[in-house]
Design a protein around this ligand. Structure first.
Ligand code: PXL
Length: 283
């Protein structure tokens, strides 16, 4: 029987009904870790934008009214995990959320969704980019992919960046924005896929996994959800990155075996029981 007070994470991200990404991934994964997952939707979509057509309902104008009720309830959070934000206005609202709800021990985890494969998403204006850098500066853990890391560091993008010294410099520049630890995710090289960890004291480590298959929607969200869960549970970041990378690799393997289309994400559902067991063993 668990007697320790249950942890609670607020996840600020979009709700995409189909395609296994953002909130629909964070809710089951963070719950499997035994953590209460409280959702703040930034937008509601029928399915994610990787599909040709989708319904999109922006939630920016409703977010403050939504979380003002949480303030009235006196809620506090052990973690605040921020995912996709569509505009600088939305980013500023998230900063206000952090100012209101983050106590001194709250871990803020930001996945600075800005682009992929060297290209920025259409929503990333110069102003939005500046606001995301500000958000990064008040985050404890940041999980950019290589494209996002290069944007944050104002560093020229090169898909082949894999040298530890270059990654160290890149992550160091991001850390100097003022935030905490940096995990540069999904570094592809040959048959490997690696994650580079940069600690606030400059300690660093490259962790490599086999590349389990084609790129799939939502894998970054699966990865960061595990990082967020582990962070509030006090699990060391290196262990957490290994757990997250192994989980994603296994979910990709099953999805490939089942012939699931890449845009439908990963069928992580089969692995939730095992994941929950691994957290039960933690404490
Ligand atoms: O997983 C990233 C993601 C999140 N939310 C929406 C998306 C995507 C990727 O395409 O479209 C709405």
């Amino acid at each position: 029987m668990k007697t320790e007070k249950q942890k609670r994470i607020a996840v600020i991200n979009d709700f995409s009904g189909f395609g296994r990404c953002s909130l629909t991934v964070s809710l089951p994964i963070i719950s499997a870790a035994g953590i209460q997952c409280c959702a703040v939707p930034t937008a509601v979509l029928s399915n994610h934008t990787g599909y040709e057509d989708y319904f999109f309902d922006d939630y920016t104008d409703k977010m403050e009214a939504y979380f003002s009720k949480w303030e009235k309830l006196g809620l506090t959070f052990d973690g605040i995990y921020v995912g996709f934000l569509g505009s600088s206005r939305q980013t500023e609202i998230v900063e206000r959320f952090i100012a209101r709800f983050a106590g001194k021990d709250t871990v803020v985890i930001t996945d600075p969704v800005m682009g992929d494969d060297g290209k920025t998403y259409a929503t990333l204006t110069a102003e939005h980019c500046r606001s995301l850098k500000k958000l990064v500066s008040i985050s404890d853990i940041i999980t950019p992919n290589l494209t996002e890391a290069c944007i944050l560091a104002s560093y020229p993008y090169n898909p082949r960046i894999s040298d530890e010294f270059e990654l160290f410099q890149l992550a160091g520049r991001i850390a100097r924005l003022g935030g905490g630890r940096v995990v540069i995710t999904g570094l592809e090289k040959g048959n490997d896929i690696s994650n580079f960890i940069y600690d606030s004291d400059g300690e660093h480590r490259l962790i490599s996994n086999r590349n389990a298959g084609s790129r799939r929607a939502g894998t970054g969200d699966v990865f960061s959800s595990i990082i967020a869960a582990d962070a509030v549970l006090g699990i060391p970041l290196e262990e957490s990155v290994k757990r997250a990378a192994d989980f994603v690799a296994e979910a990709i393997t099953i999805s490939e075996a089942q012939g699931v289309p890449a845009q439908d994400g990963v069928c992580f559902e089969y692995l939730l029981g095992e994941l929950a067991d691994s957290y039960r063993k933690e404490k």
